[in-house]
Structures are given as structure tokens and as C-alpha cells.
Design a protein around this ligand. Sequence first.
Ligand SMILES: *[C@@H]1O[C@H](CO)[C@@H](O)[C@H](O)[C@H]1NC(C)=O
Ligand SMILES: *[C@@H]1O[C@H](CO)[C@@H](O)[C@H](O)[C@H]1NC(C)=O
Length: 698
Amino acid sequence: MPPPLPPKPLQPNRASLSFLFLFLLSLVVYVSLSPSRKTPSPSSSSSSSSRNAPADSFSAPHRLFLSLHPGANATIAAHLRALTLRPHLAGTPAAARTASYVISHLRAAGLRVALADYYPLLSYPASASLALLRPDGALVKPLPLAEPADLEAAAVPPYHAYSPSGSAVAPPVYVNYGREDDYSALDRLGVDVRGCVAVVRRGGGYRGAVVARAAARGVAAVLMFKAADHGGVPQDSVYASGRGGGDGDIEDARWASDAARVGRRVAFGGEERGWTGDAFKRSNVLFDEDRKLAKIQNVFGIIRGSEEPDRYIILGNHRDAWTFGAVDPNSGTAALLDVARRYGSLLRSGWRPRRTIILCSWDAEEFGMIGSTEWVEQNLGRLSSKAVVYLNVDCAVQGDGFFASATPQLDKLIVEVTKQIQDPDFEARTVYESWIVNNGGISKIERLSRADSDFSAFLHLAGVPSVDFYYGDAVSMFCLLRLTSTFLRHLLLIEVFPGYHTVFDSYKWMVEHGDPSFHRHVAIAEIWGLLGLRLADDLVLPFDYPSYSAQLHEHATALSALLDGGGSVQVQPINSSIDELTVAIREAVEESKKLQEVDTTEDFAALRRRAFNDRLMLAERGFLEAEGLKGRPCFRHLLYSPPEDSESKLSFFPGIADAISQARKYAGEEEQLGIQHEIWRVARAIQRAAAALRGELI
Ligand SMILES: *[C@@H]1O[C@H](CO)[C@@H](O)[C@H](O)[C@H]1NC(C)=O
Ligand SMILES: *[C@@H]1O[C@H](CO)[C@@H](O)[C@H](O)[C@H]1NC(C)=O
């Protein structure tokens, strides 16, 4: 069920009254927002001997990697403390200090360090203010936008990056989540939002999409606030909506220097303390943007492969944060440094990975995945032909409960690896066991149709099989399990972490609530590192394509159901192409069995394996279409890219999803043909993947 009973949209005047109520409530409940659930005491005797997995399922380096567990939590805590001493927004001196920190620790681990600097156009607030006015324009009082000062410590005030400068003196209108439904409800009530300040509750999809929808309705400005109405947090508690950037809008990243096209986008976050007047009719919103070129720095730690140095296993996490970033993203950075430390120990023991491993620390993710996107674009040709996999961790820990999303050929490996890692909260269990208990008996893995972290350029633009995972799923389980939309589900999961993009995303929060003994961080580092080792060292790549075929059948079923009675549209081409892919997959499985048995000394055995692995690697590229989705050349993955319509019912086949949304708006013959055209595009993409897997051109 979607969030329980959001307040109904009201007439402007009554909306303000309702706000007064919400603001007052916010003061009361703010303190209790952090999940107060006590962390089960972590295993105190978590030596490698207490692991559940049978020891003989590990190779020697993998055993060594896992044996470096004792004390890892303290090391990770120290990294997190150091990285989060100050807010470190991309492009600032504090951000440069975190880069130096990561560089020195990658070097200390014995990895070769490389850097990639860029100078994109970033967006900062020069000034921002909000005031309440009486109907005659007289000032009632200014309202603070920032969070409590004692915590704020030089953090940038809440703002929406790439908002153009401007001011609006206009009546506020509460538009609920700012979804199409909400505007329809307002229309029915006879409320005209044109020229008003839209007051939006966070949770209606990507920030950018919410603002674009408001702009399309002619509002003058958008004020965004956050209301927790799920995950056991008291209903209607209101707090700072924090900061946001070009999320879901990869264009910002790609054409950062052309960001003016964003249009009328004035969005703020602000805590609504002190909203006391009930007689006001107007609010005065003012925002002055400071948009400038700033240096950003991607940092890489490299371990050259011994036998296939030109095949890349890429692990990545961003380093820049809106504020202190203890959750987002430096829980991931601290885990990445622990992976580096352990790989360093393996290197000193004489191990070399078969394929090259690259650890990436990205910059300027918060402004629209700029660091990773620039780098992927710069190296697109080589990544397309040589990148085996991209393993992303953004917010490593934001609560309890393991969550994974991936392209389907990685499902099986994720299951295998999580079966080998001890659960951070229950000594007698593996991560896998707790995960399936939380998910009603299945290892539910989401797909990556979102564009909200650094996997986006790798998957959506370059077609590199990808994974994204974290701790923090369980908080919201009760209300979210039945939500079908991947986007909404993921978005709400992120949003249930109360400090998201606020100054409350601090080390203090992590120690008190997120991961008091840092064992969840350790679990993430171990899953990440072990995934990397398997992918770098396995003779035959651990890609399981039967999962892909099963997933595509599910997608085809869902699509058929959605289009049932959809006029003349035929889903059949997709079904035929899935059948073709399924046959290719069956043959590949047979071939893979034979290759595993081959005597490595046999002539050409290595060459044959390499050729086969390349086919496994390149099959995913088949799903790309060179010109990309309609009007969005950066989204080339026809199975998993975000649909333009963020309220779409389909979380896969984005081109089809958008064509269906179009057809809902204008039910003409041309729109039906549009859907059919997109179905053909997907069918051909699946055929390309089948051919790539067979190793044939056609
Ligand atoms: C690390 O784990 C041990 C054992 O659970 C615990 O006693 C210790 O306090 C933890 N260290 C940190 C920094 O949380
Ligand atoms: C396509 O295949 C799915 C299952 O793989 C099935 O549910 C659906 O009915 C099929 N549609 C058509 C038009 O054959």
C-alpha cells in the first residue's frame, strides 16, 4: 500500500493553517525521527571460525580476505570519523581534503593511485530567504531555511542545485506530493496554482521531476519539505527536505556547462520552524544562485591483473556530500578503504588478481553523478570493450536490512557471496539468511532502472553489468513490500533515513543509530570485496544468464498484462526474442560446463575461455541502442534506464513505458504505433544480446 492517507490538498488559506500544524508538530517529533530500534548486539566473537560458510568453499586468497575481519569495524569507524569531520560539498577545499585522505590510504594499502580531475559547472546558493507577508505585503516574519545552527557548522544551507536565481511574492499552495493526481485533485477543487508558490511534500518521485511538473503547471516557485509518513516514524512529522541536485537528470552531468536549460526551477528545502502567522496570504521566496566552474577530483586505486590486465573489475563509491555525509556517501567510502586495506594484505602475501581491479572514489555525484559520468564518457570506447562489471556502493549503511539491486546475470553471485558473509546483527546467521527472512523467503533483487547513483553511466550509457547494494532496507518493510514501482520503493527507502541530505547525516547519527558497532559497514566491505575477488579471479566469469531469461519472462508477462486490450499493439516480437535469447543462454550454460572441465594446459584452453568470457561480458551491451531513448541520448539501455515519466507503471523497458504514458495522454493511432515501435526496438535489442552471447554477428 502506498503511504497511508496523505493529507488532502486544500484551498490556499486552509493549506497554510494545515502547515502551521505540521510545523509545530515538526518541533515536537524532530528528536524522535531517527530509528530508535536497538541494534542487536553484534557478534563479539566474530572471528572467521564462527562463519557459517564451509571453509572449503573459499580459495586461499578469499579465505585470507575474510580472515582480515577482526578489528575491521574499528578501522572503518576511524575512516568515517576522519572523512566526516567537516561538510565537504564538491568543489570546496574540504572536499579536496577528503580526496587527499583517500589517496593516502589507497597508497598505504599498496595500490597504484591515479587521478582524473574535471572542471564542471557546479551550483551553489549565494543567498536564499523565505518570509511570510500579510495580504497587503507587510512583513509578518522571515522564516529560517537552515537547520539548527549548532549542528550546521559551515554546511551549505538547504537548496536545489541548478535552480535559476529569482524571487516570487505569491500565495502559497499546498500541492501534496506534487504528482499529476495531486494537481488533478486541486483542479477539481477549483484551485489554480498558476503564479503561486507550490509547497510540496517530498516523496512524489525525483526532485527534478516534481519541480518540472510544477513548472509545467505555471507555478512561480517550489518549496519542498519532507514529511515522514512511513517506516514507523510518526505520521505527519515534518523536517528539512535538505539539499538536492540534478538527480534523475543525467543531462546535468553530461552538459553541466549548459545547465541554463533547466528552466524555471526554484526549489528549496527548509525546516518549517517558526511558521506562526495564520493570517498571511503571501510568501516571499528569494533565491540567488552562484553557478561556477569548480575542480572535482576522481581518485582511483588500481591493482593490475596478472593474466588479463585489460579486463576491468570496477568498484566505485562517491566521496562528495551535501553536508557531513556519514551515511551518504562516506559509509561507502570507509568500506571501500577497508576493501583496499584487505586487497593490500593479499598483495603482500603474493596474490595478484587475474583481471585488473579498479577502486574508484567519485566526486560531484550529488550534482548529478558528474564525476563518474565525465569519466565514463571520456573512456567510453575502452570501457565498452573491456569493463567486465561495475560494483557500486553509495550509502553503505542507513539502517538495517540488506538491499541489493543488479542486472540479472549477477543475481546468483550476490546470493553465493552473501551466503559466505556473517550477518552483522545476528551471530548465528549469514547475511543471506537474514535477507531472505526479511523478504518473506526470497532473495529479492531489484533492477537498476533508477539513475540516482554512479552506476548510471556505467549501465545506462556503457551497458556494463552493474550492482548497487546497501544496508537499510528493513525499516520500511511493512509499508513497502507491496509497492510495485521500483523507483518509488527505492526512493522511499532512501527517504526513510531521516537525515538524508541534511546536517543530521553525521558521524554522531551513525554511532547512535545507523551502525553503533560498525559491523554493518564490515559486512558491506566483505560482500563488496568478495564480489570483486570472484569476478577478478574466477576462470569463467560468474555471470548467470538463466536469471536474465527468467527476469525477461516476468517482464514480458507484466507488459502483456498492462497492454491487455491495448488495441492493436503486439507484444509477440518481444516474446520471440526472449525465446531466442533463452536458447542462446542454454547453449552458453552447456559450453561453460565444458570450459570449467577443460584441462588448463590444453592448447588454446586459455584463449577459448577468454573468448567465452568476452561473450558473457558483451551480451549486456546488446541491450544498448546507439541513439538512446527518444530525446535522451545518454540513456541507451533499452531494458533498464529510467523512464521519462517518473510515474510510469513499468520499471523496465523505459522506451515502451514512455510510449504507453504518451498513449494514455493522447489516445490516437499514432501513439499505438509509437508503442509498437518501441516494442520492436526492445525485441531487436534482446536479439542483439542473444547474438553477442552466441558470439555471432547475426
Ligand atoms: C568493534 O566490534 C567489537 C566487537 O563487537 C566492539 O566491542 C567494538 O566496540 C567495535 N568497535 C567500534 C569502533 O565500534
Ligand atoms: C509473452 O510471454 C509471457 C511469459 O513469458 C506471457 O505471459 C505472455 O502472455 C506472452 N504474450 C504473448 C502476446 O504471447
